[in-house]
Design a binder for this molecule. Structure first.
Ligand code: BTN
Length: 247
């Protein structure tokens, strides 16, 4: 691919357990170049956030993992990488003609439906980030989902897209956003990310310890925590998994 770094080198395998696991193993056998992408048509044990499963119909969706070495980031600012990947997803949506948003911490949404998820797994060297494997699963052509809260790019734009075409478009955005990050354009990306965050301008319902409450998202911090205001006026910074958005 004709990019600076992301996707210059890539490989497609018909079947893997999980592209994240496969990239980790390949990189242990022989150090992979930064920006390497592995795509697969099918995963037998696709993984989502928080130990969940990620299922996808064979050949219908983009299942990829990207190897990055953001050594310029400390562990405490690891979420900056997730922010830039989410911005690239949002950029892809704009290129395809629709506006979208990110549901904290890393779900790509259109309306009330999820299009894609990101699973970033990092290793550290001391307090700095070393290898980061960014797994991205984008629903591309699949039309039927077991959950009503899922959709695909083809459903949104009303036209069938090829998985390879989506990959080629996405790597350009991932590459641009990663270059911005490497050149430390942190504040600009942070602001942009917060502007596409779900619940930024309105009260949204969430579940916390089984209780339904409303909050407004004020922003995130570089470690990935969510800054919120509760409807009773209290402010709080939330850790991953402490709430669940409900629609
Ligand atoms: C989530 O929303 O929970 C994250 C989903 C991430 C899924 C992708 S598909 C490609 C890569 N390989 C995996 O096993 N998971 C990620």
């Amino acid at each position: 691919m004709n990019t600076e770094l992301v996707g210059r080198d890539y490989k497609i395998l018909p079947e893997v357990t999980s592209t994240n696991t496969a990239v980790k193993e390949l990189n242990q056998e022989q150090e992979l170049p930064e920006g390497f992408c592995l795509l697969s048509e099918y995963q037998t044990s696709g993984r989502g956030q928080y130990g969940k499963q990620w299922d996808s119909e064979p050949g219908q969706n983009l299942l990829m993992s990207l190897l990055l070495r953001p050594v310029f980031l400390s562990a405490s600012e690891s979420y900056r990488l997730t922010m830039s990947v989410c911005l690239a997803l949002h950029d892809l949506g704009l290129e395809l003609g629709f506006d979208s948003y990110i549901k904290w911490p890393n779900d790509w949404f259109y309306g009330e439906q999820k299009i894609a998820g990101v699973l970033a797994e990092s290793s550290l060297r001391g307090s700095r980030m070393e290898n980061c494997i960014v797994g991205i699963g984008i629903n591309v052509r699949q039309k039927k989902f077991p959950h009503p809260q899922a959709t695909s790019l083809s459903k949104i734009i009303g036209q069938d897209l090829a998985v390879q075409e989506v990959f080629e478009k996405l790597v350009v955005h991932l590459d641009n956003r990663y270059q911005q990050l490497r050149f430390k354009q942190y504040e600009g990306q942070h602001r942009e990310f917060e502007s596409i965050l779900y619940g930024r301008d309105q009260w949204v319902p969430v579940l916390r310890d089984g209780q339904k409450l409303s909050l407004r998202c004020e922003g995130v911090n570089p470690g990935g925590e969510l800054k919120v205001t509760w409807q009773d006026g209290r402010q709080e910074t939330l850790q991953h998994q402490s709430i669940r958005f409900v629609f």
